[in-house]
Ligand binder design. Structure first.
Ligand code: BEZ
Length: 211
């Protein structure tokens, strides 16, 4: 079953393309995205790392530290980084963890033996400033992830954390949101003095609060 939402993200120490890190110290007090790559020098991973590097300003705006992981040694990461810059037009600008003994991959259940015994699947973990796992997505190795979707979920998570609102189906930034069921009408009146549209007592729609 592996890690569940709400569990503490396991700590580890590892070599990365930006030096050795202690994970909890590195992410301390920030949001984080940790995502795994099945193998170095593979085409889908190369495109994902280039695209994620291009999104760096978007992650920074949201106070998110991004870390990739691949179960290859650090020397190979350094060579692959050159290819990523050459083919994707963007230099890697966040740490790529080297995990040759699969310590981190095992801690985060990134290897699914019935899919592949040695390579990781494409896992994505979003971790909150409290170091708890807020989101976990797993893709097969052959499917590149949608990092715009990862940003969309982070926006939703941050709205919930700050304003006690949830986001409806296919929500994107700026759309109306939903007052979380745990907030009573009395408390909602204090948070949303301009009121809301009560479609049902459990479905209270409100303009997206300003960040
Ligand atoms: C890739 O990154 O292109 C890839 C890796 C493992 C299996 C299939 C594709």
């Amino acid at each position: 079953m592996g890690l569940l939402l709400g569990d503490e993200a396991p700590n580890f120490e590892a070599d990365t393309t930006e030096g050795r890190i202690k994970f909890h110290d590195y992410i301390d007090g920030h949001w984080a995205v940790l995502f795994s790559h099945p193998k170095n020098f593979t085409p889908v991973c190369t495109t994902e790392l280039g695209y994620t590097a291009k999104l760096k300003p978007e992650f920074e705006k949201r106070d998110v530290k991004v870390l990739g992981l691949s179960v290859d040694p650090i020397e190979e990461h350094k060579a692959w980084v050159d290819d990523i810059e050459e083919t994707q037009g963007t230099a890697l600008n966040f740490p790529l963890i080297a995990d040759p003994d699969k310590t981190v991959a095992n801690l985060y259940s990134m290897i699914h033996p019935k899919a592949d015994n040695t390579l990781t699947v494409r896992s994505v973990f979003v971790i909150g400033p409290d170091k708890k796992v807020k989101l976990k997505i797993e893709y097969p190795a052959s499917t590149g992830r949608n990092f715009d979707e990862v940003l969309r979920v982070i926006d939703s998570l941050q709205l919930t954390a700050k304003h006690q609102v949830a986001t409806p189906v296919n929500w994107t930034d700026g759309d109306d949101v939903i007052i979380v069921p745990a907030l009573s009408n009395d408390d909602a009146k204090k948070k949303f003095p301009d009121g809301w549209n009560e479609v049902k007592p459990y479905l209270r729609i409100v303009k997206q609060p300003k960040s």
